[in-house]
Design a protein around this ligand. Structure first.
Ligand code: NAP
Length: 268
């Protein structure tokens, strides 16, 4: 089996990367950066986001596994002291694959430029570079509201514990094929009105954002941030592609939520 390892690039993560590489090669696995079957991410959830974006063109064939060198992560749930157990599992075991939904982001431009299409593992946000964001929000082609405020955040279920949570959005189990739209500081008074709650959209529903003010927007896709000029619309939907995680043991999502946000008693 072909593998690749990504490290957060701190001393501990690099040291663990070296030993994991040696162990896996001793077991006969082949290091292959181009076309790995399994990618081991060593660092944090942020490191796994980078790993996902490096291999997002291989979603149907690559499986990810994460080891955390800081606090427990949602994507990085193996501990440094479990490195030997993890590499033995990778080398010896047929692993199960758990799939999580992804977000598809399509940005259309006003002057016939080709659309940009992205996949997000956590979320995509839209903000205006210097003024209040004013966007018409359409759900399945029907006008829903005119949003005024700092921005909008559309997250995946596994991204619901990241930026979305800080915005007061719900935590969504990743077995649900859905996306969640959360407001970032909406302006609400007698003149301007938005729904004020997060909206959870099922698969096959879409959300279209149409600029009312200003054609240029800062759009993030996970850790990546780009200024898009002359934007006509931004479309969000549940992607056809999914991310695949290699599972060698069970660690239920709600246990991870409890361990990360309440206390670490349930950490395994
Ligand atoms: P980053 O340092 O890579 O990540 C920021 C924090 O978010 C880190 O503590 C990271 O955990 C954690 N995180 C990432 N994905 C998570 C998930 N699915 N569930 C729970 N926590 C998660 O920052 P970045 O490179 O700028 O952007 C990456 C992510 O940061 C974005 O996708 C966004 O979700 C998040 N972010 C959060 C806020 C906020 O909470 N107010 C604001 C902006 C961005 P690790 O330490 O394990 O890497």
């Amino acid at each position: 089996m072909k593998f690749f390892i990504l490290s957060r690039n701190d001393d501990l993560s690099n040291e663990l990367m070296k030993s994991a590489k040696t162990y896996l090669e001793d077991f006969g696995l082949i290091l292959d950066e181009e076309n790995p079957a399994i990618v081991l991410s060593i660092g944090g959830d942020g490191t796994l986001l980078h790993a996902f974006h490096k291999y997002k063109h291989l979603t149907s064939s690559v499986a990810f596994v994460g080891l955390h060198t800081g606090h427990l992560g949602f994507y990085a749930d193996w501990k440094p002291e479990e490195i030997e157990k993890l590499v033995i599992s990778i080398a010896k075991k047929e692993f199960e694959v758990t799939e999580y939904p992804l977000l598809e982001v399509t940005i259309n431009y006003r002057h016939g430029e080709d659309s940009s299409i992205y996949l997000a593992l956590n979320e995509s946000t839209v903000k205006s570079p210097d003024v209040t964001l004013v966007m018409d929000v359409e759900l399945n082609g029907v006008h829903f509201e005119r949003f005024r405020g700092d921005g909008l955040c559309m997250s995946t279920p596994s991204g619901s514990t990241a930026y979305n949570k800080a915005l007061g959005g719900a935590i969504v189990h990743p077995s649900l094929e859905a996306i969640q739209l959360a407001e970032i500081a909406s302006i609400n008074n007698r003149v301007f009105r938005t729904v004020g709650s997060s909206l959870i959209l099922p698969k096959h529903h879409s959300c279209l954002l149409k600029p009312v003010k200003g054609p240029d927007f800062m759009v993030t896709v996970d850790h990546l941030q780009l200024l898009h000029k002359d934007v006509q619309s931004i479309k969000y939907r549940v992607a056809d592609e999914k991310i695949r995680f290699a599972r060698f043991r069970t660690f239920p999502f709600w246990h991870r939520v409890h361990s990360s946000f309440i206390d670490s008693d349930l950490e395994i």
